[in-house]
Design a protein around this ligand. Structure first.
Ligand SMILES: Nc1ncnc2c1ncn2[C@@H]1O[C@H](COP(=O)(O)OP(=O)(O)OP(=O)(O)O)[C@@H](O)[C@H]1O
Ligand SMILES: [Mg+2]
Length: 256
């Protein structure tokens, strides 16, 4: 039984089609993410992964199909980035969302300041919240990092961490990470994978897109494989080994 306000699926999509001109980027896609599920979305370059998540985040509408968020059907005519955000969906892209020369705590509250009745920013409160989330919850450990560190002094993994911390604090139900580790060192990648584990522990859902199959396998509950715009497999992690998955994926690696 679900309690009031709870839901079964963070997102569910039926029969999604997306055309860019004559190019069919997505064809008959059925896709779902449970309320507390980490879904690894994999597939070769151009498979349609980013297109699929941009439809979920309201960047553009599908040509056809249905979307349910938190078990409720959305009206595609009124669906956009703002609406997705209101429905608890956050997407994290590397580098793009941070003010380089601003303090960590300012970055944390960009666009969503806590203000007093006169409209002044409550600096002390914001710093304290940012500190709590980043250090206690996300587990920032870097030497010399504080809530006042500038974003451009942080490592790539830590920058991802701020974005994920924001998504957690502002209580997103579904956090989408599209290739968050592509520019990171091995150690930094581990940090990002740990963040995804925290998302899971905190009862939220995540879609994780990456070409590094072993990373995706490690953190996912379910794997969805896209190939040239179609879902070719939806597999529970418990039903497949990494080796089997890698072999399976080879079938869908297309020569360029
Ligand atoms: N805005 C757009 N206009 C036209 N075609 C697009 C657009 N976005 C994506 N496409 C096309 O849709 C297909 C799927 O692209 P998409 O970016 O979703 O792939 P992907 O799986 O994210 O690939 P990668 O792993 O390289 O990021 C590609 O053929 C791409 O060229
Ligand atoms: Mg992509």
């Amino acid at each position: 039984m679900l309690k009031k306000g709870q839901f079964k699926n963070a997102v569910k999509m039926n029969n999604i089609e997306k055309y860019f001109g004559h190019t069919a980027a997505l064809k008959g896609v059925n896709f779902g993410v449970g309320a507390n599920e980490v879904v690894g979305l994999v597939g070769d370059n151009g498979a349609g992964k980013s297109t699929l998540i941009k439809i979920i985040t309201g960047v553009f509408p599908p040509t056809n199909g249905e979307i349910y968020i938190r078990d409720k059907k959305v009206s595609l005519r009124n669906y956009n980035v703002k609406q997705a955000y209101k429905l608890g969906i956050e997407a994290v892209y590397q580098d793009k969302s941070l003010g380089e020369k601003q303090d960590l705590w300012r970055n944390f509250f960009i666009g969503r300041q806590i203000t007093d009745r006169l409209g002044f920013i409550k600096v002390r409160e914001e710093k304290e919240i940012a500190r709590k989330i980043m250090f206690d919850m996300i587990g920032f450990r870097g030497v010399g990092i504080s809530a006042e560190s500038k974003a451009n002094k942080l490592s790539g993994g830590e920058r991802q961490g701020i974005a994920i911390g924001r998504a957690m604090y502002f209580d997103a139900d579904l956090i989408i990470l599209d290739e968050p580790t592509s520019a990171l060192s091995l150690k930094e990648v581990q940090k990002v994978l740990n963040f995804v584990r925290k998302i899971k522990e905190s009862g939220k859902a995540c879609i994780y897109i990456s070409h590094i199959l072993s990373d995706v396998y490690e953190i996912s509950d379910k794997l969805i494989i896209l190939d040239r715009g179609k879902v070719v497999a939806t597999i529970k992690k418990s039903e497949v080994t990494l080796k089997k998955l890698s072999e399976f994926m080879l079938k869908y690696a297309h020569a360029k």
